[in-house]
Design a protein around this ligand. Structure first.
Ligand code: NAD
Length: 372
């Protein structure tokens, strides 16, 4: 079968679903690979690099398996041949109308954002790969907007104190931010309602700040909404920290819900001029009052509030490489014969869960995934 790598049409998207090195891996699974001309340009991968890896350049929408980063537009759906397998991020929980449109086209759709959170599926988990990159980049954006060093120094011209960074939410993105900020030399603190992250925060060079109100334990790795008691105690913590730290990076999300509000406008107003906030939850409604999704704004008291929603795309070569590798890992599972033929086994929990449309029928939501 032929695998097609198409160019992304979403404005500002710089990623691509395969790189020259992942093309080689796809060829190793027995597929022919065709790449749309210019598909990798914004990631720094030219047509000649794909050709050198063994891909053909040409029309990729008519392939048997179409690889893409973002969900297709209506015009793009019309370009898919019936019978095609589309692999992309499609936000199945948020976009039922998209699933219907894809089903009407008589295709099969594997949603990369539906990979279950079980150990076996970790190598295919695009959301974790992108969260890791975005957490790192959030620190780089903060350092860029902050007019001072992150690290402390003793110089002939005087002593420079280290910056203090608070990371709110220590999941994949938050832990990446803790690691990046502490490796730049900042004093890093992190908080999260899941106490089990404390050791991970410490191992990355941060201090774990506990909110001493017990939480209902998660059974599936996803965070639960916090209780009103917890939120009151956490609000005090943020209130105190806002007065003390130079940089706040917020990453708090609860699957299927708007992002929890962590910092109020009063907390932001209490920060020192020159401080920086990166609100990584901007696209989900924001953790910080006053964040503008997609923008960087400066408040009346001189605090920069960054609400960029494309943090992973700001490191396009790395993001495409990890995205493409996750995709190859999924295709490896779906190509048991390594013979360039995709076979979706509905008895396998990973394959069942990612399949949101099967040969023209919507198969979302999947049955619950047993915890492993
Ligand atoms: P996420 O993006 O859903 O949430 C980010 C963080 O926000 C979480 O750590 C959550 O606890 C935190 N949060 C929620 N409400 C908060 C609040 N009010 N205040 C502060 N923080 C709040 O989470 P994620 O980064 O995708 O992952 C969460 C966990 O799941 C991690 O421990 C990760 O290791 C695990 N995980 C496992 C797999 C796998 O096994 N395949 C894949 C992905 C993630």
């Amino acid at each position: 079968q032929r695998v097609g790598v198409v160019a992304e049409s979403l404005p500002g998207e710089t990623r691509v679903a395969a790189t020259p090195s992942t093309v080689r891996l796809l060829l190793g699974l027995g597929y022919e690979v065709v790449v749309e001309s210019g598909a990798g340009a914004a990631s720094g991968f030219g047509d000649e690099a794909y050709a050198g890896a063994g891909a053909r350049l040409g029309g990729a929408w008519t392939a048997d398996v179409v690889l893409k980063v973002n969900a297709p537009t209506d015009e793009e759906i019309a370009r898919l041949r019936p019978g095609t397998t589309l692999v992309a991020l499609v936000a199945p929980a948020q976009r039922p109308e998209l699933l219907e449109a894809l089903a009407a086209r008589d295709v099969t759709v594997l949603a990369l954002d539906a990979v279950p959170r079980i150990s076996r599926a970790q190598s295919m988990d695009v959301l974790s790969s992108m969260a890791n990159i975005a957490g790192y980049r959030a620190v780089i954006e903060a350092a860029h907007a902050f007019g001072r060093f992150f690290t402390g120094q003793f110089t002939a011209a005087g002593k420079v104190p280290p910056a203090k960074v608070l990371v709110a939410g220590a999941g994949v993105a938050g832990l990446a931010a803790v690691g990046a900020a502490s490796s730049l030399g900042a004093i890093v603190r992190a908080t999260d309602p899941r106490p089990e992250v404390a050791d991970q925060v410490r191992s990355l060079g941060g201090e774990y700040l506990a909110v001493d109100v017990a939480q209902e334990e998660s059974t599936d790795g996803y965070a639960r909404a916090t209780s009103a008691d917890y939120d009151r105690a956490a609000a005090e913590l943020y209130h105190e920290q806002a007065r003390d730290v130079d940089v706040v990076i917020t990453t708090a999300l609860i699957p299927g819900r708007p992002a929890p509000r962590l910092l109020t406008a009063a907390d932001v107003a209490a920060m020192r001029p020159g401080s920086v906030i990166v609100d990584m939850a901007a696209a989900q409604g924001g953790n910080v009052e006053g964040t503008v999704p997609g923008r960087s704004v400066v408040t009346g008291n001189g605090v920069t509030v960054i609400g960029y929603t494309d943090l992973a795309s700001r490191l396009p070569a790395q993001a495409s490489q990890l995205f493409g590798t996750n995709l190859v890992n999924l295709l490896r599972l779906l190509t048991p014969g390594k013979d360039g033929r995709i076979v979706v086994d509905f008895d396998d929990v990973v394959q069942r869960t990612v399949t949101v449309v099967r040969a023209g029928t919507v198969t979302w939501p999947p049955p619950p995934v047993p915890v492993s």
